[in-house]
Structure formats: C-alpha cells, structure tokens
Design a protein around this ligand. Structure first.
Ligand SMILES: C[S@@+](CC[C@H](N)C(=O)[O-])C[C@H]1O[C@@H](n2cnc3c(N)ncnc32)[C@H](O)[C@@H]1O
Length: 213
C-alpha cells in the first residue's frame, strides 16, 4: 500500500519538490512519514550533506523507515507526535502528506510544523479532498479519516498557522481499467472499479514560507 501510494501520488510530490527547488544540503522534516516514501525521496535530493528527520507517532514506522532508508544515512527516524514536534534544529523544509486528515486537530500540528521551520524556510502540506474522488462518476468517501476533506481547507489552515502561502494547487491521479490507480482504489475502499472510470481523491498542495518575526 505504501509503495502503491507513492506510485499513484508520485506526481504531486515531484511537482512540489520541483516548485520549491529542493537541492543538495537542505535540512528537511517529513511529519507523519509512515513507511518513509517521502523521506527517501527527500534524502535522494538533499544528498549526504543534507538531513531528513522522518517523524511519526507510530513506533512501528521507525523500523519501516530504517529499512526503506537503509542506504541513506542522512535520514534520522524519530518517534514523536506532530502535536509535540520538537526537532534538534530548525529546518529548511517541513513537509507532510496524508497526515492532517488523521490527526485530532490539524491546526495544532500545523502550528508545530511552522515552529520547526527556520525563518524564511518552507512548510509544505499535501492533503486530500477525499469526497472529490469519483468512481463511475459517483463520489468516494473515507469514513475512517477524522478530516477526510481537510485538503479543501488547507490554504486557510496554513495561513492561520502564521505562514505566508506562496502557492497552492490540486492534482488527482485518474485512470480506467486494470493498473495502479484501480489497485490503489481497491486497497483504499475495497471497491472493485471493474471498467468504471476513476478519479482518485485530489491532493491539495500548499506551499508556504515562515515569515520573519
Ligand atoms: C496515511 S499515512 C501517510 C504516510 C506518508 N506521509 C505518505 O504520504 O505516504 C499517515 C501516517 O501518519 C501517522 N500519524 C497519524 N497521526 C499522527 C500524529 N498525530 N503525529 C505524527 N504522525 C501521525 C500515522 O502513524 C501514519 O504513519
């Protein structure tokens, strides 16, 4: 599932990293890192002179990240809730993807993410609008998530965390017939789309900077 998500949602991640111009020696934090797909992608860009703090509240994620990032000594896995985020240093980029839909209060986590960025540094959030996904033209739903449509509020939530929004957009993988999009949908919802057209939940990306005080 983790690798599959990285496969179908790899384009929004690539778009965001390109938009930022992330490069060698950047220091980054990936909050709610899960199995570490984003952390590894960041590690590949920042290289050995950079650093990636891979943070998740689930201790099992640390082992998964350690396996996924075995070849990248610049990845440091930390077990910590986003609500309690406290890193050893302020970083150039604080990133989250598919995190805020699960947390109790997205604003609390975004406040901590903002504080973890250096002045002038970046905060990037990528969160879905689950009910805007479609199968055969009908809306999807993800009742297990606390905030399934948090993506629709994301620009306001980021601004309310005291950050300056510099860009925002939405991207959705789509497809028909067998392939990664259909397999991902089936794993997410248990629904077999058969030959129905699919639009997966759009991922809203918000790119923001931390202003000076
Ligand atoms: C759907 S996964 C997303 C993983 C990864 N960001 C990605 O896009 O592939 C959500 C992750 O957030 C973590 N998580 C949930 N609530 C959290 C919290 N309050 N603080 C930190 N991590 C949290 C979960 O343990 C899980 O690994």
């Amino acid at each position: 599932m983790q690798g599959l998500r990285d496969d179908v949602y790899r384009r929004p991640l690539a778009t965001a990293l390109e938009r930022l111009g992330v490069g060698a020696s950047w220091t980054c934090a990936d909050i709610g890192a899960g199995g570490g797909d984003v952390s590894v992608a960041l590690a590949e860009v920042v290289g050995r002179s950079g650093r990636v703090y891979s943070v998740d509240s689930d201790p099992a994620a640390r082992d998964e990240v350690a396996r996924a990032a075995a070849a990248h000594s610049q990845v440091v896995a930390i077990t910590q809730a986003g609500e309690d985020l406290r890193l050893p240093e302020q970083v150039d980029l604080v990133f989250c993807r598919f995190l805020l839909l699960h947390v109790l209060d997205p604003s609390v986590v975004l406040d901590r993410m903002a504080a973890a960025a250096r002045i002038g540094g970046w905060v990037v959030a990528q969160e879905p609008i689950t009910t805007s996904g479609r199968v055969g033209g009908l809306p999807l739903s993800m009742p297990d998530a606390r905030h399934p449509d948090v993506g629709a509020l994301l620009p306001a939530l980021v601004r309310d965390a005291g950050l300056t929004v510099v860009d925002a957009w939405a991207e959705a993988p789509a497809g028909i017939g067998p392939g990664p999009v259909a397999t991902y949908l089936a794993s997410l919802t248990g629904v077999d789309p058969d030959d129905d057209p699919i639009v997966l939940p759009p991922l809203v990306t918000v790119v923001a900077t931390r202003p000076g005080s």
